[in-house]
Design a protein around this ligand. Structure first.
Ligand SMILES: NC(=O)c1ccc[n+]([C@@H]2O[C@H](COP(=O)([O-])OP(=O)(O)OC[C@H]3O[C@@H](n4cnc5c(N)ncnc54)[C@H](O)[C@@H]3O)[C@@H](O)[C@H]2O)c1
Length: 281
């Protein structure tokens, strides 16, 4: 018996990179998996069936159960199509991993509206488009569920040249915290990860050409956390964000400092300046 025997999981963007490892690991633990991938390039252009088909074949060859879906996460029709593939093939969904993503890096000064729109659409709107129908299915089925969203240190800590991506990824973290509250009474857990791994999204970053780093930063290192969050091993864990990569797993928190209080609330700018050390904590 695997940790996920009898469960059904959807992994978006699982035709390559981190998502592929997640889909394979979920299937290895007995989940039937919907391998969704649009099959485009790293900047979101193009489409093909090859990427999703290859991962389905890999899972099936290893004795697992999987079906492909080629819809884009970035439209409501795509999100509904992904759920339909799961229901047609397996009749239920227990686990959703929102992983699909693209990059269009530019400094804000040089960013076009199109570069802003497509990144926000795939990541942030894509998370909404797939999660809403799946969440409603889980609610109606009343058997609980686990939703795992993919944020990023770019959104939670900041990264040069990624205002579009960072805004979308911080939005996904906020979406996660709010939906975790809405899911509580249905036993639907909602968590986020901020992964770091060498994939086609990060292959042009300095240092990643080093062979030992390639091993250390393998996308396979992300998958065990996903299996944990998908399974009943994490039954009390919700509304959390985890950093994961290079062998390390840690929690990423929003922090409100102790701060300073003025009884009448009427701070002067000079008083704020005098207290700024306490306010920043
Ligand atoms: N690699 C990292 O270090 C890192 C860091 C932080 C966050 N992430 C996030 O992890 C996730 C996976 O990234 P990765 O590094 O494996 O990159 P990747 O390019 O290998 O994987 C992303 C996958 O999403 C698919 N995809 C893109 N647009 C899609 C759409 N509209 N519909 C369906 N599928 C679509 C792509 O075809 C691709 O297979 C992304 O959300 C990314 O932002 C990665």
């Amino acid at each position: 018996m695997g940790l996920l025997s009898g469960k059904v999981a959807i992994v978006t963007g699982s035709g390559g990179g981190i998502g592929r490892e997640e889909a394979i690991a979920l299937a290895k633990e007995g989940a039937a998996v919907v391998v969704n991938d649009l099959g485009g390039t790293r900047d979101g252009s193009g489409a093909s069936h090859n990427m999703a088909d290859a991962v389905v074949e890999e899972i099936q060859k290893a004795g697992g159960t999987a079906v492909a879906n080629y819809d884009s996460v970035a439209t409501t029709a795509g999100g509904q199509g992904i759920l339909k593939t799961a229901l047609d093939a397996f009749g239920q969904v227990d686990v959703l991993v929102n992983n699909a993503g693209i990059l269009r890096d530019k400094t804000l000064a040089k960013m076009t509206e199109a570069e802003w729109d497509i990144v926000v659409q795939v990541h942030l709107k894509g998370t909404f488009c797939v999660t809403q129908p799946v969440f409603n299915h889980m609610r109606e089925r009343n058997q609980g569920g686990s939703i795992i969203n993919t944020s990023s240190t770019s959104g939670l800590e900041g990264n040069f040249g990624q205002t579009n991506y960072g805004a979308a990824k911080a939005g996904i973290a906020g979406f996660t915290r709010c939906l975790a509250l809405e899911g509580k009474k249905y036993n639907i857990r909602v968590n986020a990860i901020a992964p770091v791994a060498l994939t086609r999204l990060t292959e042009d970053l300095g240092g990643f050409q080093d062979e030992s780093l390639k091993t250390k930063m393998s996308p396979a290192h992300i998958a065990p956390l996903i299996v944990y969050l998908a399974s009943d091993l994490s039954k009390d864990v919700t509304k959390k964000a985890f950093f994961v990569g290079g062998g390390k797993i840690s929690e990423m928190r929003m922090v409100r400092t102790e701060g300073a209080t003025k009884a009448d609330g009427l701070w002067t700018p000079n008083e704020i300046a005098n207290q700024i050390g306490t306010i920043l904590g």
